[in-house]
Design a protein around this ligand. Sequence first.
Ligand code: HEM
Length: 261
Amino acid sequence: MPNLVPKALRKPGKPGEGNGALSPEKLKEAPVDLVGWVDERTGASPFLTGLLFRKVPKGTNWYYTLGSATLFAFLVQAITGVFLAMFYVPSPVEAYGSITHITNDVFLGEFVRGMHKWGATTMIILIFLHMARTFFFGAYKYPRELNWVIGVVLIILTLVMGLTGYLLPFDQRSYWATIVAMNITATGPILGPYLADFLRAGAEFEATTLSRFYALHMMLVPGLIIALIGAHLYLVVKLGTTAPPWVRAESKPKSLREEKV
Ligand code: HEM
C-alpha cells in the first residue's frame, strides 16, 4: 500500500527503520499525529485549551453570548465584503453601475449585498447590546477598564465602517447624506475641520473622496478592528469573565450584605 502521509508528517523512524513510513494501523492515527505535529511546532495547544476550556462563573447566561454574536456579525461582514469587492468599482462614474450589476446580474449578488447591508445594521445593534451588558453587569470595573476602552474604540471604528460604507453606492442619497455628515464633522471642536478635510481628500467632494472612503472601508478600518478584536479577546481570556452582579452579591461575606442599622 502506498504511503499516503506526507514525508514531513511521518514519525521519525528508529535508527535502522528507514524513513519512518507508517504502517496501516499507524496511518489511522494520522489526524491525531497532525494535531501533535502542529502543536510541537507552535506550542498552541495550552493556549487553545485555555481558551476553549476556561472556567466561566456561576450564573453565566445568554447575555454573555452578545460578544460572540458581535464577532460573528463582523465575520459575516468581512466574508460578504470580500465578494462585493470582486465586482465593485470605486469610481464616481462606475460605482453605481457596478452596484446594480451586483444586484441584477451576479449570481447570488443581491443576496450577498443584502447580507452585507443588513449585517452592518445587525452588527451595530449587537455591539451596543454587548456594551450595555458589560455596563449593567459592572464588567467594565477593575481590572477590565482597558478592555472597556478597547471596546469604545471598537464601537467608534464600527460606526466609521457604517459611514464609509454608506457612500460607496454613490447614488443621490449616499452622496448627499455623506456631504451632510462631512459638514457636521467639520463643526467638531479643534480636530473637526482637519478630520473633514482628511475624509474629503481634497477641496471638493469628488473622485478622491470616494477612493479614500473605499480604502478606509475595506483596508484600514477593518485591519484596525481585527487587531483590536485580537487584543480584546486576549484580555477576555486572560482576565476571565465577570460573574453576574447577583452572583457576586451572594458571594460577599454575610456581614457586608446586611444593612447596618
Ligand atoms: C467588534 C466588537 C466587539 C467584539 C467582537 C467583542 C467581543 C467580546 C467577546 C467575545 C467577549 C466575551 C464574551 C462576552 O462577555 O460577551 C467580550 C467581553 C467584553 N467586552 Fe467586548 N466585543 C466588542 C465590543 C465591545 C465594546 C463596544 C465594549 C464596551 C465599550 C466591550 C467591552 C467588553 C468587556 C468589558 C468585556 C469583558 C466582559 C466580562 O468580563 O464579563 N466590547 N467581548
